[in-house]
Design a protein. Structure first.
Length: 476
């Protein structure tokens, strides 16, 4: 088998990891989650979650990856804990499912780039979202997005992933800074900033139970944790730089990008009618922003720049999602990287057809992966490193570390105690939220007879209290 690739430089690794972290989560969900959860009050909890729980968890994945020097399943075996390999398996599976719907949203972004150029969404942003978010257009755009992702991953770790992220990350930052500067000139800018930046602690106190899990989920999501992506990326290090230093750089840059996105989105929303309506379903952000671009002078160019940022952010993440199953299959079964990338990407495209047919499926995939599989994976990773492979982990974290031995010790105890407790609380609240949403309605497979033809359909049965209302999503 060919020798394993390694990043060409320390910066190469950091760019790739930042690329994975910076994604739709930073620019699309973060500002809208913040808006939906009371503005700056959410921000405070989110920052705490990122630095206190996210950062130590990222180091968990780094130590496993760098020490294992293998794909996320084989890494556990190489470390001598084969019985833990399923933890990496959950990561591979979650990456696979996530990419299936992440790519659908990536396709929406492509449609919005086209729409910015043609002006198609200016007249009726709601109708445009309806037209591109599900159905044939969504499937075609999903295919294009997936093809680009496959193309980059097929080129390999350095020629594909490293090169692409070294271009995309600086472009994202430059464009976002430009947009944020432009946004200062908007009429509603001051109101936007004040909503974003002045914490209303009474909101926080009132909604603590929902804000904390939302912030925690967002922290894991934005740092791409739990899916073994950081295990895979750290496995290509082949060098002994300080993991805590690299991890801090990645977390800080990722946070800066999210904050910057807020400095773009809030002035725009407040300039054109406030943050009302934000945070309800995956389409809200697209509809709200597209509507704002339609109402602003030079909205077409601004819209184009914004959606290009979103595209780069989505792509630099999607390639890391594809890398995990590709690394596993190509290393485990000895297939070539590009063949595996094409085959795996095609299968993922097919799995993504369902969410491309209805945004309800997208929400369903998203909930299962992020509210359920992700906390379980993080919990297992923390238990593994904290209690099973603690010596190896401490040794690995210390290697090349600039942070000293007491940092390593505090980290270990943190990973043993605080991280698992925080994750269990998140998991409990997340499962509870899924249960509540089931009470709102369920997906149902039906056999139906129309005339004399038998067919199957999937519908969403919404609980209206005294009756159910049925929406057919998919007929086959
Ligand atoms: N971090 C990405 C974002 O902010 C999304 C994401 C979550 C992700 N988990 C991931 C990306 C795993 C790649 C790999 O949009």
């Amino acid at each position: 088998m060919a020798e394993r690739e390694t990043w060409t430089s320390r910066a190469g690794f950091i760019f790739a990891a930042v690329g994975s972290a910076v994604g739709l989560g930073n620019i699309w969900s973060f500002p809208f989650q913040t808006a939906a959860n009371g503005g700056a009050a959410f921000l405070v909890v989110y920052l705490a979650a990122v630095f206190l729980i996210g950062f130590p968890t990222m180091l968990i994945e780094f130590v496993i990856g760098r020490r294992g020097e293998q794909n996320p399943v084989a890494a556990f075996k190489k470390l001598g804990y084969e019985q833990w390999s399923f933890t990496g398996g959950i990561g591979v599976f979650s990456s696979f499912v996530t990419l299936a719907f992440y790519s659908v949203v990536g396709g929406w972004v492509l449609s919005y780039i086209v729409g910015s150029v043609t002006g198609a969404y200016f007249g009726d942003p709601g109708a445009y979202f309806g037209a591109v978010s599900a159905g044939p257009t969504a499937i075609a755009a999903h295919a294009v997005f997936m093809a680009i992702t496959i193309g980059i991953v097929a080129f390999g770790v350095t020629d594909g992933i490293e090169r692409a992220t070294k271009f995309m990350i600086p472009a994202i930052i430059v464009l976002l800074v430009g947009l944020a500067v432009w946004a200062t000139t908007l009429d509603g800018a001051a109101a936007g900033y004040s909503y974003y930046l002045s914490p209303d602690f009474s909101t926080l106190a009132k909604n603590f139970g929902s804000i904390v899990p939302a912030a925690m989920g967002q922290a894991f999501f934005t740092l791409s944790l739990g899916f073994s992506v950081m295990i895979a990326y750290a496995s290509y290090l082949g060098r002994d730089d300080s993991l805590p230093a690299d991890g801090s750089a990645i977390v800080v840059i990722n946070t800066i990008v999210a904050l910057l996105a807020g400095f773009v989105v809030f002035p725009i929303l407040f300039a054109t009618g406030g943050a009302g309506g934000a945070g309800g379903g995956p389409g809200t952000a697209f509809v709200a922003l597209a509507g704002a671009f339609g109402a602003l002078p030079a909205g077409q160019i601004i819209g184009l720049a914004f959606f290009v940022v979103l595209l780069f952010a989505a792509l630099s993440s999607s390639i890391s999602l594809l890398e995990v199953p590709v690394a596993y299959v190509s290393e485990n079964y000895g297939y070539g990287r590009s063949t595996t990338a094409v085959a795996m990407g095609t299968v993922i495209f097919v799995v993504g057809l369902l969410p491309a047919l209805g945004t309800n499926y997208l929400t369903l995939y998203n909930d299962v992966v992020f509210k359920f599989l992700l906390p379980i994976a993080v919990l297992l990773l923390a238990l593994f490193v904290g209690w099973a492979a603690d010596r190896e982990a401490m040794d690995e974290l210390g290697r090349g570390s600039s942070f000293g031995e007491s940092f390593t010790t505090v980290w270990l105890w943190w990973v043993r105690t605080v991280v698992p407790i925080a994750v269990v609380v998140t998991l409990y609240l997340g499962v509870k939220a899924i249960y509540t949403s089931f009470q709102k309605g369920v997906y149902f497979r039906n056999r139906e007879i129309l005339g004399d033809t038998l067919f199957f359909s999937t519908s969403w049965w919404e609980n209206m209290g005294d009756r159910y209302s049925k929406t057919v999503i998919f007929v086959f």
